[in-house]
Design a protein around this ligand. Structure first.
Ligand code: NAI
Length: 300
C-alpha cells in the first residue's frame, strides 16, 4: 500500500531529538523524503553538534528511507532559507514544513533576563517565521503545501515559569490563524500543534522526574497525529490547532461567552452584575496537572 506521504518532500526542524526525530522517521516510513534539520545544541540552546541530525538521517536510510541532514540555526532567516535550499538541492521540491525546533529557559517572570527572553522568542517565534517565510514563498508559486507549526498548552492556557516560552507559543498560535486565512488562495494548509510527550525537554518536570515514562507518552505516539496534519487526510482543517499527547488527539479552540450586550452606554457595576454572562462558569473541579492547567470546557 502506498504511504500517506508518497512522493512528498518534508522539512522538519529540530528533528535530531525528541518529537521531531519521531516525525522524521514516521514521515520517511510513509514515503516522504525528509530534510532533518537540527542545530544539535543543549536544551537551553547553547552549543551545536551536527551529528544530531546526521544520526537520524542514518537511521532513516538504514531502514530504506530517504533523508538528508541540515545543521542550520532556525533563529536566523539565512538559516531558514538554507533549510529550504537543502530540500530543493537534495529532492527538487518541498511539500511539507513542520516547525518543531525549540529550547527552554524557564524562570519566573521576575527572574526572566533579557537574554532568556530573547533566546526563547528567537528560536520559537522568530524561528517559525524564519523557516515558514521562504517555504511559504516557494509553496505559493508551486501549487501549495502543508505546514504544521508547534505551539504549546503553555502559551494557549498558561504555565508557571514560562512567560518567554508561553509568549512565543501563543504568538505561533496567532501565526497559524492568520496564515491559514492568507494561505487559502494558494492551497497552503496551516495547522497548529500543542504536543505533549516525554522528551529531554519535559523529562525533569515536576511529576515526571524519577518516573519511567508511560509508553503512551513517547514521541512515537504524537507522530501519527502530526502525520495526519501534514498529509492530505487533513485537507479541510486549515487554521485548526490539535492537542496531541498520551491522551490522544483533540482540537483546541478559542471561545467567547454569550457576553453582556446592553446595546446602550453601561457602567462597570453592570459588568460585575452580569458576570455570569461575561465569564465562563467557574468549574466545580479545576483540573490542575503538574505541567499544565486545562481551562474548563465552555458550554456548547
Ligand atoms: P527536544 O529538546 O527533544 O527537541 C528540540 C530540538 O530542537 C533539539 O534537537 C534541538 O537541538 C533543536 N533545536 C533547538 N534550537 C534549534 C535551532 N536554533 N535550530 C535548529 N534546531 C534547534 O524537545 P521536544 O520535546 O522534542 O520539543 C519539540 C517541540 O515541541 C518544541 O517546539 C517544543 O517547544 C514543543 N513542545 C514539546 C512538548 C513536550 O511535551 N515535549 C510540550 C509542548 C510543546
Amino acid at each position: 500500500m502506498a504511504g500517506l506521504l508518497e512522493g512528498k518532500v518534508a522539512i522538519i526542524t529540530g528533528a535530531g531529538n525528541g518529537l521531531g526525530e519521531a516525525y522524521a522517521k514516521l514521515f520517511a516510513k510513509e514515503g516522504a523524503a525528509v530534510v532533518v534539520n537540527d542545530l544539535g545544541g543543549a536544551r537551553d540552546g547553547s552549543g551545536a553538534d551536527k551529528s544530531a541530525a546526521q544520526k537520524v538521517v542514518d537511521a532513516i536510510q538504514a531502514a530504506g528511507g530517504r533523508a538528508v541532514a541540515n545543521g542550520d540555526d532556525v533563529s536566523t532567516l539565512a538559516g531558514g532559507e538554507n533549510i529550504l535550499k537543502t530540500a530543493l538541492d537534495a529532492f527538487g521540491r518541498c511539500d511539507i514544513l513542520v516547525c518543531n525546533a525549540g529550547i527552554l529557559r524557564d524562570k519566573t517572570f521576575a527572574n526572566t533576563s533579557e537574554a532568556d527572553w530573547d533566546a526563547v522568542i528567537k528560536v520559537h517565534l522568530r524561528g517559525t517565521y524564519n523557516c515558514a517565510l521562504p517555504v511559504w514563498k516557494y509553496m505559493k508559486d508551486h501549487g501549495g503545501g502543508s505546514m504544521v507549526l508547534t505551539s504549546s498548552t503553555s502559551g494557549l492556557y498558561g504555565n508557571f515559569g514560562q512567560t518567554n516560552y508561553g509568549a512565543a507559543k501563543a504568538g505561533i498560535y496567532g501565526m497559524v490563524r492568520v496564515m491559514a486565512i492568507e494561505g487559502r488562495k494558494y492551497n497552503i494548509r496551516v495547522m497548529g500543534l500543542a504536543p505533549g510527550a516525554y522528551t529531554r525537554m519535559t523529562s525533569d518536570l515536576p511529576g515526571r522526574k524519577d518516573r519511567e515514562p508511560d509508553p503512551l507518552s513517547l514521541p512515537e505516539n504524537v507522530a501519527p497525529g502530526v502525520l495526519f496534519m501534514a498529509s492530505d487526510l487533513a485537507a479541510d482543517h486549515s487554521g485548526k490547532i490539535l492537542g496531541v499527547s498520551s491522551r490522544g488527539v483533540r482540537e483546541i479552540k478559542m471561545m467567547e461567552t454569550e457576553g453582556f450586550e446592553p446595546g446602550r452606554p453601561y457602567t462597570a457595576e453592570e459588568v460585575a452584575k452580569n458576570a455570569d454572562k461575561v465569564f465562563f462558569p467557574t468549574p466545580e473541579s479545576r483540573r490542575v496537572e503538574s505541567v499544565r492547567m486545562v481551562q474548563p470546557k465552555a458550554p456548547a
